[in-house]
Write a protein of this length. Structure first.
Length: 148
């Protein structure tokens, strides 16, 4: 994923995903992992990103902050998984009762290429204009499409 194609929100989603799924013990380890994924970042930009996302060190590694529902510093902490369905739909699994909260948060962020959201109790559907915007929104959610 070339750095010039990445939005700040997409990079933040990848950072959240990395912190959730890997033990990252230093800002340099975050820089290295982002670089491996094609993001051109510096230690100072990662420092600002971690601060903005509320990610802190605990037990020697970065962790998502405690917050609403005890699931993270923003409603996105309630996202348990997100999957592309075709080229224009994303199915998001959330903690029970959190789908509407996540949907409102996404609507308020006015993400490029997001047509709308439809929330149930623990599932959220996101309609997108095209596959490229679908991939950016998945990354924003912290669940980028993984290459095989």
């Amino acid at each position: 994923m070339p750095a010039h194609d990445a939005t700040r929100e997409e990079r933040w989603g990848v950072i959240r995903h990395l912190v959730r799924s890997e033990r990252l013990e230093s800002q340099q380890s975050v820089v290295d992992r982002l670089s491996e994924l094609g993001y051109n970042v510096t230690q100072s930009s990662v420092s600002r990103d971690l601060n903005r996302l509320g990610i802190v060190k605990s037990g020697g590694a970065y962790v998502l902050p405690a917050g609403p529902l005890g699931l993270g510093g923003s409603p996105l902490g309630a996202v348990l998984g997100a999957t592309a369905a075709g080229d224009h739909l994303i199915v998001v699994r959330t903690a029970v009762g959190a789908a509407n909260l996540v949907g409102v948060h996404l609507d308020e962020n006015d993400l490029e290429g997001m047509v709308g959201t439809l929330a149930g109790d623990d599932t959220l559907f996101i309609a997108t204009t095209d596959k490229g915007n679908q991939e950016s929104i998945l990354a924003f959610l912290g669940h980028p499409i993984q290459s095989a």
